[in-house]
Design a protein around this ligand. Structure first.
Ligand code: ASP
Ligand code: MG
Length: 407
């Protein structure tokens, strides 16, 4: 008998009707003769709603209490789904994260799973029951409730699949798979039949919202076969595994994008050996995540430094830089808002030179100015103005042969 972990996201469990549909998907898997563990998210926009309730009380709610609040969302879904399954004649038991033995590090809001004590789940499975686990939540060694970060139910599902040595982990969502780019914005986007862990990890980190990056990392580390598929349409999804077939020998497999990026420039920084380490250590100490970094030396032997951040972090960044002006020794700061990052991703880049060159040519041909660049073995990212973001995505998507009509 096989074991399958199924995960259903917020939109797939957004109403009682949809929960009944999920119960049907679970039943079909069970009828194939498999044991099933189901991981669910909170219903619809419940988590956002809970966040806004907390924000009505405090701009910076206590993190422990925030976890206490947010974990109620998933707890509602597990109970309703267990009832729906029982109603269909399928014995089922629901577990919160802590009942399921999901142990995390002692961090509120964004904890990592450190261990899974899976005895309770295994014992229910051995009785033939479907086990339903609340996604996105865990417990510390000393019994404090934690959450895994927004979108973290994917990670719960993959971690359980790894711990239980499941045959596969099906991520059911509101799209039919992983696309070459976001189909809501680009109508020629095409569904991929498969993609490698590394490519998916880059895409997830670069703004493709379809999977939580940490879930992909987990799947890669534990070699969990992941499938992204639709909970409404019964069609083949996208398989994520170690070696993806080089579909049509495409060098670029996907285009990801992310808006609300800001470029901060520190001008006239003293050109000393430690000036870079001091500035980035100071920002890191204040939990400011810096992405692309560009450094140049001026004629008067000073350093100019540009880096990109999420626009959300701009105020905090400016405050920190101002507070540490004496220590950091710079002349002035400039910030440019309304930027976005557009990235092309593909394992084929490793062995094919000229991909970045082609990217810049395409952007130039479309009058799109590149403000910053960063590369890794399998991706090239550029920062461009937000108002040309979709144009950049569309032109790259076409130029790298990803569009539907090129099939
Ligand atoms: N309910 C949580 C969220 O909205 C976790 C998840 O859906 O994966 O972020
Ligand atoms: Mg999600």
């Amino acid at each position: 008998m096989g074991l399958v972990v199924q995960k259903f996201g917020g939109t797939s469990v957004g109403s009682v009707e949809k929960i009944l549909n999920v119960a049907e998907c679970v039943r079909e898997e069970k009828l194939k003769g498999n044991n099933v563990v189901v991981v669910v998210s909170a219903m619809g926009k419940t988590t956002d709603h809970l966040v806004s309730l907390a924000k009505e009380i405090s701009a910076q709610p206590n993190k422990r209490e925030m976890d206490m609040l947010l974990t109620t969302g998933e707890q509602t879904t597990i109970a309703l789904l267990a009832m729906a399954l029982t109603q269909k004649g399928l014995p089922a038991t629901s577990f919160t994260g802590w009942q399921a033995g999901i142990i995390t590090e002692p961090v509120h809001g964004n904890a990592r799973i450190t261990k899974i004590n899976s005895e309770a789940i295994k014992s229910q499975l051995s009785e033939g029951k479907v086990v339903i686990v609340a996604g996105f939540q865990g417990v510390t060694e000393i019994g404090e409730i934690t959450t895994l970060g927004r979108g973290g139910s994917d990670t719960t599902a993959v971690a359980l699949a790894a711990a239980l040595d499941a045959d596969k982990c099906d991520i059911y969502t509101d799209v039919t798979g992983v696309f070459t780019t976001d189909p809501r914005y680009v109508k020629n986007a095409r569904k991929l039949l498969d993609i490698s862990y590394d490519e998916m990890l880059e895409l997830a980190n670069l703004g493709a919202g379809v999977l939580h990056p940490r879930a992909v990392e987990f799947a890669k580390n534990y070699n969990v076969k992941l499938v992204v598929r639709s909970s409404m349409e019964k069609i083949e999804g996208t398989v994520i595994e170690e070696e993806a077939t080089m579909e049509q020998n495409l060098i670029v497999r996907g285009v990801a994008f992310e808006d609300e990026i800001t470029r901060v420039t520190v001008l006239g920084l003293a050109n000393s050996l430690t000036s870079l380490s001091t500035i980035f250590t100071t920002l890191a100490d204040h939990h400011i995540n810096v992405d692309i970094i560009i450094q140049s030396t001026t004629e008067s032997n000073m350093t100019n430094l540009s880096f990109s951040i999420k626009t959300d972090d701009l105020n905090e960044t400016l405050n920190v830089l101002e507070d540490y002006k004496e220590l950091l020794k710079y002349e002035r700061i400039e910030a440019e808002n309304h930027l976005s990052k557009v990235s092309i991703v593909g394992s084929g880049m490793i062995s094919n030179p000229g991909v970045a060159a082609k990217m810049f040519e395409v952007l130039a041909a479309n009058q799109i100015q590149v403000k910053m660049v960063s590369t890794s073995e399998i991706k090239v990212s550029v920062v461009v103005e937000e108002k040309v973001m979709i144009k950049a995505v569309e032109s790259l998507h076409d130029a790298f042969d990803l569009s539907e009509e090129n099939e």
